[in-house]
Design a protein around this ligand. Structure first.
Ligand code: BES
Ligand code: ZN
Ligand code: ZN
Length: 499
């Protein structure tokens, strides 16, 4: 695996296959360490950059071989974009682009300047965190099912700075960024694993492994089918009827001593969504292994909580099941009784997520946390509204949703608030039960959110519809390839750090 580190050093003296430097868009002269190196190269870099039309746009690069003046074999200039737009995400993107390019060039050792530290807008800690996230996530491949594994060339990525104080800060940032990356990568792996190998029982194994590795910091409770029946979790039981794989509910808990706050994280965990009897067309099923991405985000976050140690009690809850048609499957028109006694008429078996979440949200509400956050690949309608890159956020609490959106921004995740419009409640009324699981044609993301709201007992709650970004059908950015993206993971960790 690639090592990522920081050291005190002079970039001119660093031996490496590649030295990475930067410039803002519209630069006329270089600044900081880039200017120092260029001086050692007698102005060669600036000359090449200008001649080669390098503008400094975010993610733009130019690579030159150098024979004297510095110890590195090549120099790459990477653009940081406009100074006024510069933020943590620019660092992630610029680092990811340069790491991808270094790999393509077959480079083994990379030394890089600390992006944006001299600029004053970012702390050295944040810059270090964003750099390791960008490099690690860009480096991710899911090749477990390939005979020919991907070859990764870059073996070491070292940030060098001659500021001793910055070294300490960058180290702390790298530690945090490594945890963010590790958690994101677990979520990606879980989503990318085909449903045939990612059944409800598999998610239980993952949860148990996380608890075991936490050495007592995390406990896990597992409710099997019998326990779910006893409990009255009719939503999860109903949706899973058509599958030969029994459903299960998992409750992870991280409860550090002295914690004053309590947050419950709930994830949708449909291991495959065929639509059930209201079956999806063939192409719509291609990516439906992603329908457990909410639980993958929760598991990803939990996998680093014991090291991250937020001062918060955290629950991780998901009801895992598979949505398949069969002679035993739930029928359109069947009514299920959920955990809190409310009934749902399941008119459309492909709107299964909200039915399973009814039980898990009701379970979370019983724990009386200060906040409930659910993550769910819930509706195609949310993708119609916000596209493939942006998650929809719906909430009954202004303060909480503001915290979630701010954490997302810091984490480089795109989220946008959608309204929980009370007037649309009539859309989810049923003639035969308390609610129906499908509404009219319009505002499908909102009516799904409104149904979920009925199960949180008025507690502060944010629902995140991650249907768009959870599975990238094309690369979302330089560090998010096609496939499972780990959507929600870094936002959650950021939120817990500052809760
Ligand atoms: N899992 C899907 C939503 C989804 C769609 C996630 C595309 C990721 C990508 C969900 O269970 C579903 O099928 N929703 C239906 C609801 C409809 C029947 C009311 C949808 O959005 O079409
Ligand atoms: Zn569905
Ligand atoms: Zn679904």
């Amino acid at each position: 695996m690639m090592t990522f580190a920081v050291k005190r050093g002079d970039l001119i003296q660093e031996k490496a296959d590649l030295l990475i430097l930067n410039a803002f868009e519209g630069y006329e002269k270089f600044g900081g360490a880039t200017a120092d190196v260029d001086k050692a190269l007698a102005g060669y870099l600036l000359k090449v950059a200008k001649e080669d039309q390098f503008k400094g746009k975010l993610g733009e690069t130019v690579v030159v071989r150098v024979a004297m003046g510095i110890k590195a074999k090549r120099v790459m200039l990477v653009g940081l974009g406009k100074k006024e737009d510069f933020c943590e995400e620019s660092v992630r993107e610029a680092t990811a682009v340069s790491a991808n390019q270094a790999d393509k060039l077959g480079i083994k050792t990379v030394v890089s300047v600390l992006h944006g530290a001299g600029n004053g807008k970012l702390s050295a800690k944040v810059a270090g965190k964003a750099m390791v996230e960008g490099a690690r996530l860009a480096n991710y491949v899911f090749d477990g099912y390939k005979k020919q594994k991907a070859t990764k060339h870059v073996q070491s990525f070292t940030v060098a700075t001659n500021d001793a104080r910055a070294v300490v800060q960058v180290k702390a940032g790298i530690e945090m960024g490594e945890l963010n990356a590790k958690a994101t990568i677990l979520a990606r792996d879980l989503v990318n694993t085909p449903s045939g190998h990612m059944q409800p029982a598999t998610l239980v194994d993952v949860a148990k492994k996380i608890a075991k590795e936490s050495k007592g910091a995390i406990t896990v409770k597992v409710y099997d089918q019998t326990a779910l029946k006893k409990m009255g979790a009719g939503g999860i039981l109903g949706i899973s009827q058509g599958s030969d794989h029994p459903p299960v509910m998992v409750h992870l808990r991280f409860a550090p001593r002295g914690a004053k706050k309590h947050v419950s994280l709930v994830g949708k965990a449909v291991t495959f969504d065929s639509g059930g009897l209201s079956i999806k067309p063939a192409e719509a099923m291609y990516t439906m292994k992603c329908d457990m991405a909410g639980s993958a985000a929760v598991l990803g976050a939990f996998s680093v909580l014991a090291q991250e140690k937020p001062k918060v009690i955290v629950d991780g809850i998901f009801g895992a099941c598979e949505n398949l048609p069969s002679g035993k499957a739930i029928r359109p028109g069947d009514v299920v009784t959920t955990l809190n006694g409310k009934t749902i008429e399941v008119l459309h078996t492909d709107a299964e997520g909200r039915v399973t979440l009814a039980d898990t949200l009701a379970y979370a509400a019983r724990l009386k946390p200060d906040a409930i956050i659910d993550l769910a690949t819930l509706t195609g309608a949310c993708m119609v509204a916000l596209g493939e890159e942006i998650s929809g956020a719906m909430s009954n609490n202004k303060k909480l949703v503001a915290k979630v959106l701010a954490s997302a921004e810091t984490a480089g995740e795109k989220m946008w608030e959608l309204p929980l419009e009370k007037n649309y409640k009539k859309e989810i009324k049923s003639e035969v039960a308390d609610y129906r699981n499908i509404a009219g044609r319009w505002g499908g993301a909102l009516t799904a959110g409104l149904l979920l709201e009925e199960f949180v007992e008025g507690l502060p709650w944010v629902h995140l519809d991650i249907a768009g970004p959870a599975f990238a059908e094309k690369p979302l950015n330089a560090y998010t390839q096609r496939g499972g993206s780990g959507a929600g993971v870094r936002m959650l960790l950021e939120l817990l750090r500052n809760f």
